[in-house]
Design a protein around this ligand. Sequence first.
Ligand code: XUL
Ligand code: CO
Length: 437
Amino acid sequence: MSKAFPEVSAIQYEGPGTKNPLAFKHYNASEIIDGKTMRDHLRFSVVYWHTFRGRGLDPFGAPTMIRPWDDFSDSLDNARRRVRAAFEFIEKLGAPFYAFHDRDVAPEGTTLAQTNKNLDAIVKVLKEEQERTGIKLLWGTACLFAHPRYAHGAATSCNADVFAYAAAQVKKAVEVTHELGGAGYVFWGGREGYSTLLNTDLKRELEHLAKFLHMAVDYKKKIGFKGQFYIEPKPKEPTKHQYDSEAAACLNFLREFGLMGHLKLNLETNHATLAGHTMQHELEVAAAAGALGSVDANTGDLMLGWDTDQFPTDIYLTTQCMLTILKAGGFTTGGLNFDAKVRRESYEPIDLFYAHIGGMDAFARGLKIASAIRKDGRLAEFVRERYSSWDTGLGKEIESGKSSFEALDKYIMKKGESSPTGSGRQEFLENLINEFI
Ligand code: XUL
Ligand code: CO
């Protein structure tokens, strides 16, 4: 088969001084940072849906993407050609992982049996390409939002048959992810929410979602799939209100229904923005609960209220993300998955390279900067000192559960007033971060 990207050879690290747009300025896969290669810290992953199925269509206009290897038909041969093109791209880029939805890789048939057969045919090619290149599957997932049958939701549908269909679809997607040695599996509730409460039994829908996830956990154990399960929060789009709205809501749901420990979070930057949070907030909330799993690395547009899924290029953003990820001990099963798409106007195949190289370099810089900030130690020392009243005496007693309202009342009555806390020094700390950028 002719090459999909004949004009591009393997992307090399050339250092910050290079003017070559098809080279890395900062991502040097084998460079060691804090005892680990950049490759192992960052665990970059390419998504199949945007990068190999995205066509640049929007509500106002036709597709724009030029993809010479793709005839845009639903044939299995086209799906096979697409796999070869995808792996050529990921291999040349030097990303160690990829991620896909079941329906991204193989066409849907007229029955689930036929669809599963199509999927098996393409999984065979994915497996061949994984073996040929050494590229691994970061996570698999099922598309439970595109087909009209899921208009009212999948696991939270008002219709039990739809729930059953979704269960059968996820069963197959987990099997396939297992067969491909996937490091994880993601549940993103694309239609698990509502447009109006007038027609919605919210309590029942949440209980169904929990049942669905428990069944998935049981099945995972049954087939011996050891990959990590994740939930991906997003507050809105496509539904007006989605149940997995943000990290805290997901954690609360997992706790309420006895699912903590079975699922971690897959956090996406643009979803954090839509929820009115910073990405670092979402990462910190997940990390505090021991549930920081993986990241869908992209960025939104603060002036737009939807999921623009742009490639991340902002060094402040990547620095903040890497500060929290390093503090949490780094990725184990997760990684930085570019759930991002080139703009409709960036329709040439080469734009896929520019986009991913930019994202990888931005995160490589974020990693180096975050590591330098941690080595410098002033930021952590400031925070440690700010909380030092909790390390000894009264604070220590409270933290260790040895105090009570009566004891504290007695203490403060005797003292008369609490001792003043020092300045928060936000501006000083912002300047400190800028020293490293
Ligand atoms: C949608 C989104 C999904 C999930 C996987 O906003 O982020 O692509 O990552 O279903
Ligand atoms: Co995502």
